[in-house]
Design a protein around this ligand. Structure first.
Ligand SMILES: Cc1cc2nc3c(=O)[nH]c(=O)nc-3n(C[C@H](O)[C@H](O)[C@H](O)COP(=O)(O)O)c2cc1C
Length: 323
């Protein structure tokens, strides 16, 4: 006989993503009554037909309501949505409305789904299998959407977390001052600046940098500009630091930017402000950046290529001597 505390503690070692499962039933007066809970037992089941599953405790109101309504939806949570995960897991004392404070959209089944989820699936119940003290709901996906590409929220060892940031195996340093053959360079501030990039890219290879990419109030516009640039073929994409950047802001922007421009590689150009240049370079590497643009002459204020090379060597990150 397996001890239940021991089983729980072993299961807590299994890391998972986090979803909000929602459903909707009718109130006595016929008005829709939404309900939802946090669940990590989500699994994809089949592509054709499109099926997914989730296991819900038999004693839970959500389970009873899905059995009655025949519909459920899943909203996958991003790294910054642990608070929503807590609310829907009943971990916020005194909370009366789990849905308050977030934006919701309604799917074709009538289920509410988180407007800023990383992924959404709206389903009708295809099967409900007994699974011990849980019910295994298999849903047929009626609508699927990705609203926001960002790093996921994780749950492990009874704690909320994010993906660990491994150092890269390798980085490339391009020295900008004096470099030949890297094409024309354009600085863009927002998606409205794209015409000039398009025009230039028709004649020469272009490196387009989003200017002042790590200013605290520019995060949304920087990401929108990268999204727009990523649609242009043959344009190398970059983020440039202008105002002195905090390592926290560098991380916030690059973590999302790197994912959004994939499969393209993002170039980053940092400055050497007050000795923070190498800190920001380390943060950028851990956020997934593999292409660094640097300078030979430190007087320009840019991050010196030699310092970056030394950092890479100290960290055991492979890097060829820049040309
Ligand atoms: C990260 C996380 C994942 C969870 N996953 C599940 C799950 O997959 N199935 C389940 O039955 N309960 C799960 N729970 C517990 C429910 O979220 C919790 O019991 C919730 O309050 C149920 O809501 P309800 O009582 O309104 O139905 C999870 C809790 C957390 C914090």
């Amino acid at each position: 006989m397996v001890d239940s505390a021991q089983l729980r503690s072993v299961l807590s070692q299994w890391p998972s993503g986090v979803a909000i499962v929602t459903t909707v039933t009718a109130d006595l007066d016929g008005s829709p009554r939404p309900h939802g809970m946090t669940a990590s037992s989500f699994s994809s089941v089949s592509l054709d037909p499109p099926l997914v599953s989730v296991c819900l405790g038999n004693h839970l109101p959500t389970r009873t309501m899905i059995a009655a309504s025949g519909v459920f939806a899943l909203s996958f949570l991003g790294k910054d949505q642990a608070e929503i995960g807590r609310r829907f897991a009943g971990q916020v004392p005194g909370l009366t409305d789990r849905f308050a404070g977030a934006d919701w959209v309604t799917g074709p089944t009538g289920c509410p789904m988180l407007a800023h989820a990383t992924g959404r699936l709206d389903c009708t119940v295809e099967h409900a299998y007994p699974g011990g003290d849980h019910t295994i709901f298999v849903g047929r996906v009626r609508e699927a959407a990705v609203d926001r590409v960002t790093a996921p929220l994780l749950f492990h060892s009874r704690s909320w977390g994010q993906l660990a940031d491994p150092l890269p195996d390798e980085i490339t340093i391009t020295v900008l001052d004096g470099a030949e053959g890297i094409g024309a360079e354009v600085s863009v501030r927002d998606p409205g600046d794209l015409a000039s990039v398009r025009e230039l890219a028709a004649t020469v290879p272009v490196r387009a940098y989003v200017a002042d990419a790590f200013a605290p109030d520019r995060e949304a516009v920087v990401l929108a500009t990268l999204d727009a640039l990523a649609g242009l073929p043959e344009v190398a994409l970059g983020c440039a630091e202008d105002a002195a950047a905090s390592p926290l802001q560098v991380r916030r922007v690059l973590q999302d930017a790197v994912v959004r421009v994939r499969p393209a590689a993002l170039h980053v150009r940092l400055r050497a402000h007050h000795g923070l240049g190498l800190v920001n370079a380390l943060v950028a590497m851990k956020s997934g950046v593999r292409r660094f643009d640097a300078v030979r002459d430190p007087a320009s204020g840019g991050l010196p290529a030699d310092d970056l090379l030394l950092l890479a060597r100290q960290l055991g990150v492979a890097c060829a001597e820049p040309a």
